[in-house]
Design a protein around this ligand. Structure first.
Ligand code: FE2
Length: 176
């Protein structure tokens, strides 16, 4: 049926667009996490968790690229990496402030939740077009994003206390 076919094309188009957004988001995440981890000096537990998530993030980007390549063999993520996420990256990157360790963890939690929303949307879109492979990939990635978000939220109180303890000491660096 002509109309059903057209409707499905639109859904696939949208799915591909959202996969590209997710790919750009993961590239942005990797840049931000690398920058964050490289600046941390006194909070080894947070640094270790971020390092773990950098590895996960690189793998997520590859998985999403694989989903896109099933639609277009010649797909290269490079062309998606410029635009949309830059503003948020800049907003989060410019935080070399007194409490940057706390602000960084706070913004990390915000970003993980953006990712959680993105993969929840992608799972629904993949289901709508019957793309079970993409759906399974996104479900697998979602588990990692939820774990990272949960970890950050659970560790915010402890991190805040550690920061405040250091900040109250004379001649002790607290912010990173
Ligand atoms: Fe991610």
């Amino acid at each position: 049926m002509q109309s059903a076919q057209t409707g499905n094309d639109v859904r696939i188009e949208r799915l591909i667009e959202w996969l590209r957004d997710a790919h750009a988001m993961e590239a942005q995440a990797e840049t931000m996490l690398n920058k964050q981890a490289s600046r941390i000096e006194h909070y080894p537990e947070l640094k270790a968790r971020i390092d773990q998530h950098i590895t996960e993030t690189q793998n997520q980007a590859r998985l999403i690229e694989g989903c896109l390549q099933r639609y277009d063999k010649s797909y290269s993520g490079l062309k998606d990496l410029g635009g949309k996420m830059m503003a948020m990256g800049q907003a989060m990157g410019g935080m070399m402030v007194n409490d940057e360790i706390v602000k960084g963890a706070q913004m990390g939690y915000v970003f993980e939740n953006l990712e959680i929303a993105s993969y929840t949307i992608l799972i629904a879109a993949a289901e709508a077009v019957g793309d079970t492979q993409t759906k399974e990939v996104c479900e697998r990635i979602l588990v990692e994003e939820v774990a990272m978000a949960d970890w950050l939220r659970e560790h915010l109180p402890e991190l805040t206390q550690a920061y405040l303890t250091r900040a109250a000491e004379p001649n002790v660096e607290a912010k990173r």
